[in-house]
Design a protein around this ligand. Sequence first.
Ligand SMILES: Nc1ncnc2c1ncn2[C@@H]1O[C@H](COP(=O)(O)OP(=O)(O)OP(=O)(O)O)[C@@H](O)[C@H]1O
Length: 310
Amino acid sequence: MIELREVSKFYGDKVGVENLSFQVKPGELVGLLGPNGAGKTTTLRLITGYLQPSRGEVLVNGLEVSQKPLEVKRLLGYLPDTPPLYREMTVRSYLSFVAEIKEVPRRQIRKRVDTLLEELNLTEVQGRLIGNLSRGYRQRVGLAQALVSDPEILVLDEPTTGLDPKQIMEVRNLIKELAGRRTVILSSHILPEVSMICERVIIIDRGRVIAQDTPAGLAASLRGSPRIELEVKGPAGTVKNLLAQVPGVQEIELKQEAAGRCVFSVNSSSQEDIREEIFFAMAGAGYPILQMRNEDLSLEEVFLQLVTRE
Ligand SMILES: Nc1ncnc2c1ncn2[C@@H]1O[C@H](COP(=O)(O)OP(=O)(O)OP(=O)(O)O)[C@@H](O)[C@H]1O
């Protein structure tokens, strides 16, 4: 649905993005993740045709964006980093105006706007001037204008920026609901956000793709050897010796010891799950396991590792 082929964009001698290649398949919900200045906004502007690449090709639904800008814009709904709102218009008149520009047939405009007002919880403010709305409402109006033509593809630049926690939850849920029938690409510098709502994450840094995978896949590929955290009721020394005999155990680190309990972090050399073996070893010796869990890397840790490694 969206394809970037070795795309570069330079601003004078400054690099916006360099040699960027990735694809987004129909129906996917993909997150573009990166720190400030990584090139997220540039990438989204290239996809929507607001910028021309200095090198390479951007294809949307098989059409080259720079060759077929109007056709591509018909397929897209775009929420830019600053939504293009007219402060002196009411919510309803603004959405009707955008619907007209987006070539929604005249007879359908009223119904379409009603549906959007309903879906985005804007019905009660439909008669208010946009300039008088709170930031959360304005963001929702921005999202509504992106959806007005019921586009196949949605491009959202930092859709939750500036919202309060409740509004963030609402907008995230809305995006998930919208995603089913559409292809969605959104940008964010918030890690939990993309891991929560996106099926696939493309991490960019300094204009380049440095990783792309599912949130779980990214964590797994970088996790290296699995780690287990274990709390046992028993003497630390003996427990450590027992752990050392479990096949696959590589490193054992005592993290805490108090009141007859000890907490260990155990590194395994194999990709096999060694928790069962640990259980039998402790049960055999009569030391109850109070807690045992895989220490998974969060997306945040993966992201930091990737960016730092670069
Ligand atoms: N119009 C411009 N002129 C010059 N440099 C620009 C322009 N727009 C972006 N840049 C530079 O290109 C790089 C990528 O910027 P971009 O806005 O795409 O990043 P971003 O990931 O969206 O960051 P942010 O989250 O801060 O918006 C940055 O170094 C930025 O300073």
